[in-house]
Design a protein around this ligand. Structure first.
Ligand code: ADP
Ligand code: MG
Length: 475
């Protein structure tokens, strides 16, 4: 029997089917079409970029194992993304991406509509073959409100998002700025707003873009003498979502052009949604006039989710993946990974992978090993900025106050505590700590560290401050 793409793929499917949950198989493998076999390279067609990312993220190992079984060590998988654009234009665009090696995949530009293949098209988002300008929203449909579980940590941001989605441009939340630490759901929520708007107002032009990509596009536009096209393009958008605006810091040219685009959109009742890893007050190297615009609307913070929310996020994820897991294990993971939803999901994914590839049962012991690895590997380095933020939040003052020249006792103490933790948790020198915390010299920092040591052993209240902050810094 001759080996064809179909026969190879059928054998892979048989293997995969035996090794994953039926629901997951149905969702993620049945829609795939085997297209071509060239030597040891099998091309499969998937319905969307999201689909491809999902496969790479969740099933790359099993794909690899099954393909290697069929085609040997040199086996390669090529994805062909074939999607019909959102406007019902049946002309699909396709993109080929090799599998497996995450970094190789990343370094390619896989954002299909962005990847402008026909050089005569000036506008980076115009879909070939359509006369009117249609803009692909770049939204990930899986990042929906439905999948964004509510908890105390995100209630304000989530409801503000819903309000904006109900009446884009028509609320006082314009811009809506969502801010918070890494992996807490900023990108997800930003997409959810866009997805919901597209649902309710299909005629509206919605665009999601990262500040980084926006910057690259702008630089390209300037190089090609297309600055005006670039600006015009952004000015026709109804809902502009820019992710990770902190990336614009220090980039004055891009800030400048964004300022103009922002003003135009705002004046015309268009909605702007921004995300950032910092509150506007803490953003550095962003022009004042832009910062003041950011503050026009609403800034809503995403905080660390509490235990219940973490459990529901995990359950929802397992449910969507079609995987069952004992309650006590879910609890264990939720209890031990506290500060970042992405890590929470990552740990559960590793757990599922470990158990299915090594055919081990999911037990608390296995969970412990994996969670430990996760927590250790991802423990982030604490920065002096972060310490100042935690300390000033704790004492309910802003960072400027913490750094000010005042001799008021409670402020001096807060500052000394910040210095003490900076010495303890970072590798920065006394001089550098001093210069970052209110422009003091190294002797002041040294004195602060000694004072905190002394007071911690003599003053009960003070000791409690230090303990509380230690906890906050080590979550
Ligand atoms: P950020 O942009 O803040 O770094 P992301 O939006 O990328 O974080 O979120 C990281 C992961 O956590 C994503 O997979 C996202 O779906 C998930 N996530 C975050 N918050 C929630 C939530 N409230 N409910 C469900 N999933 C969430
Ligand atoms: Mg993000």
């Amino acid at each position: 029997m001759s080996v064809t793409a179909q026969s190879v793929w059928n054998n892979c499917l048989e293997f995969i089917k035996d090794n994953i949950q039926p629901q997951a198989y149905k969702t993620w493998f049945e829609p795939i079409v085997a297209v071509k076999l060239t030597g040891a390279a099998l091309s499969i067609q998937v319905p969307s970029k999201f689909f491809y990312e999902w496969l790479e993220e969740h099933y790359v190992k099993i794909l690899k194992v099954s393909l290697t079984k069929e085609l040997g060590e040199t086996a390669k998988l090529v994805y062909i993304i074939r999607m019909e654009n959102t406007y019902g234009n049946k002309q699909p665009f396709t993109e080929k991406i090799p599998s497996s090696n995450r970094s190789a995949v990343k370094s390619q530009n896989v954002d299909i509509p962005l990847n402008n293949k026909s050089p005569e098209l000036r506008n980076p988002f115009v879909i070939p073959g359509i006369r009117n300008v249609k803009i692909e929203s770049q939204l990930n449909p899986n990042y929906s409100f439905e999948n964004f579980l509510e908890g105390d940590s995100n209630r304000l941001a989530r409801s503000a998002g819903l309000a904006v989605a109900a009446k884009p441009g028509g609320t006082s939340f314009n811009p809506l700025l969502i801010f918070g630490g890494v992996g807490l759901g900023k990108t997800h929520l930003a997409h959810a707003i866009g997805v919901d708007i597209k649902d309710k107002y299909p005629e509206k032009t919605v665009l999601y873009i990262s500040a980084e990509k926006f910057t690259q596009q702008y630089i390209d536009a300037v190089k090609k003498n297309n600055r005006n096209d670039f600006i015009h393009f952004y000015q026709i958008i109804d809902v502009l979502i820019i992710d990770d605006v902190q990336f614009l810091s220090g980039k004055t040219g891009t800030q400048d052009v964004f300022f103009h685009i922002f003003n135009h959109l705002h004046q015309n009742g268009k909605q702007v949604i921004l995300t950032s890893d910092k509150a506007p007050v803490d953003m550095q190297d962003i022009e004042q006039r832009l910062l003041s615009r950011f503050k026009w609307g609403l800034s809503a913070e995403l905080q660390n989710p509490d235990f219940e929310t973490r459990v529901s996020i995990l359950k929802n994820k397992l449910y969507r993946d079609g995987v069952e897991m004992p309650e006590d294990i879910i609890d264990y993971v939720a209890k031990n990974i506290k500060s970042n939803v992405r890590e929470l999901e990552g740990a559960i994914i590793s757990l599922i992978a470990q158990s299915s590839f090594n055919k081990k049962e999911i037990t608390i012991d296995l969970a412990r090993v994996i969670v430990e690895k996760f927590v250790k590997n991802t423990k982030r380095e604490v920065s002096i900025d972060y310490i100042q933020k935690v300390v000033s939040d704790y004492f309910q003052m802003d960072i400027d106050t913490l750094q000010s020249k005042t001799r008021k006792r409670h402020i001096v103490q807060a500052r000394q505590i910040a210095m003490f933790f900076a010495k303890k948790y970072t590798k920065a020198s006394l001089a550098s700590i001093g210069s970052q915390i209110g422009k003091r010299d190294h002797a002041t920092v040294l004195h602060a560290c000694k004072t905190v040591d002394n007071l911690s052993s003599t003053d009960k209240q003070f000791k409690k401050y230090v303990e509380d902050i230690t906890k906050k810094l080590s979550v």
